[in-house]
Design a protein. Structure first.
Length: 311
C-alpha cells in the first residue's frame, strides 16, 4: 500500500489498542472516545480485508494477524517519533554564551536587565564570569565568549562597541543626611568617605576623592581619611547601611538611586567626569552565531536606552 494511502490515525489507534488489549484504555490514552477507536480499527480491517481483533462479549483480544501487524506498526511509529524528536532537537540547538564582566557591573547593571533578554530567547544558554581581568572574546561554532570592560581604551586585538561613558557621584543612604546634613562639598570632609581600590592595571588612573574635591573647588591640605575596599559591592553595602559616603560610578548605582535606596546628597551638582568607559569587546574578525548577535543587538539597545535616561 502506498504511504499516502496509509490511514495513520487508524494505525495509531490500532497500535494502542493492541498494546493495551482494550479499546477503552486506548481511547483514554489517545484522548478520544472508545467508539472512535472502534470505528478506526474497523475501517482499517475493512481496508486490509483482515480481522485484527477478536470481539467478545467482555472485550477484545488481538488476533494472529493483529499481533504480526502490531510489531511492524509499533516499529514504524517509533521510528517516526525518533525522527520527529531529532528534527526538533536540532532545530532547537542552543548556543552557549559566556559573558565576562567586572563583578560590580554584572551584579548591579547587567543582571537586573538580563531577565528581559532571556525571556525572549529560547536558543541561548548564558553563563556569567564575574572577573576584573580581561578575558579575550572569541567566536566558536555554537558558542561564544564576550567581554564587557570598564577602563580606558583602546583595547588591543578586539573590536570595541562603546556602551556608555562614566561619571562619579557621591552617594549615601537617606538616613545619613537626617543625622548630618550635607549641603556643600566641604561638609563631606566630616563624613566617613568610602572608596574602592580597583584591582586593575589601570587603577592608578582612576579618579578618586582627591580629584573630586579638587574639581569641586575644595582646598584640602591633606588627603581626607578614606576607608578602602577591594570589592565595589562591599563599599556599596556600607553606603546603603548608612556607614559613609561613597564616590560611585554612576551606571552601577543608577538603579539604587532610582529606587531611593541611595541618594545624591548634593543633587546633580559636583559630578566628576571619568575617562573610563564601559565597553563591549568582540572578536576582531569572524561572525557571531545568530543567537549571540541578537544578544549584542539587545545589549547595544539597552545601553542606548540607559544613556537617554541619564542624559
Amino acid at each position: 500500500m502506498k504511504i499516502e494511502r496509509l490511514p495513520l490515525n487508524a494505525l495509531r489507534a490500532f497500535a494502542e489498542a493492541a498494546r493495551t488489549g482494550s479499546f477503552k484504555v486506548a481511547a483514554h490514552r489517545l484522548g478520544v472516545t472508545p467508539g472512535a477507536v472502534s470505528r478506526q480499527i474497523r475501517q482499517l480491517e475493512d481496508r486490509l480485508g483482515v480481522s485484527l481483533f477478536e470481539r467478545h462479549a467482555n472485550g477484545v483480544s488481538v488476533g494472529r494477524a493483529g499481533r504480526l501487524l502490531a510489531e511492524d506498526v509499533n516499529a514504524g511509529l517509533a521510528r517516526i517519533a525518533n525522527g520527529v524528536q531529532m528534527v526538533t532537537e536540532r532545530s532547537r540547538e542552543t548556543t552557549t554564551l559566556v559573558i565576562s564582566a567586572p563583578p560590580s557591573f554584572m551584579q548591579h547593571w547587567l543582571l537586573p536587565r538580563l531577565n528581559d533578554f532571556e525571556a525572549q530567547e529560547n536558543d541561548i544558554e548564558i553563563a556569567l564570569d564575574a572577573d576584573q581581568k580581561l578575558t579575550p572574546p572569541v567566536w566558536q561554532e555554537g558558542s561564544a565568549r564576550l567581554s564587557m570592560r570598564y577602563g580606558r581604551g583602546p583595547w588591543r586585538g578586539v573590536r570595541t562597541v562603546p556602551l556608555f561613558d562614566d561619571r562619579l557621584v557621591p552617594v549615601c543612604a537617606p538616613g545619613l543626611l537626617e543625622q548630618s546634613p550635607i549641603r556643600t562639598p566641604e561638609d563631606l570632609l566630616h563624613h566617613q568617605l568610602l572608596a574602592v581600590d580597583w584591582c586593575s592595571h589601570q587603577s592608578g588612573d582612576f579618579p578618586g576623592w582627591n580629584e573630586w574635591f579638587r574639581a569641586a573647588g575644595v582646598t584640602i591640605t591633606a588627603s581626607p581619611t578614606q576607608r578602602q575596599y577591594s570589592l565595589y559591592s562591599l563599599a556599596l553595602d556600607r553606603a546603603i547601611a548608612g556607614q559613609g559616603v561613597m564616590l560611585a560610578t554612576y551606571p552601577v548605582v543608577a538603579d539604587r538611586l532610582a529606587s531611593g535606596v541611595l541618594v545624591r546628597p548634593l543633587g546633580d551638582e559636583y559630578t566628576l567626569a571619568s575617562s573610563f568607559t564601559y565597553d563591549l569587546l568582540l572578536p576582531a574578525s569572524g561572525t557571531a552565531p545568530p543567537a549571540v548577535q541578537r544578544f549584542v543587538d539587545w545589549l547595544v539597545a539597552e545601553a542606548q536606552s540607559f544613556r537617554q535616561q541619564v542624559s
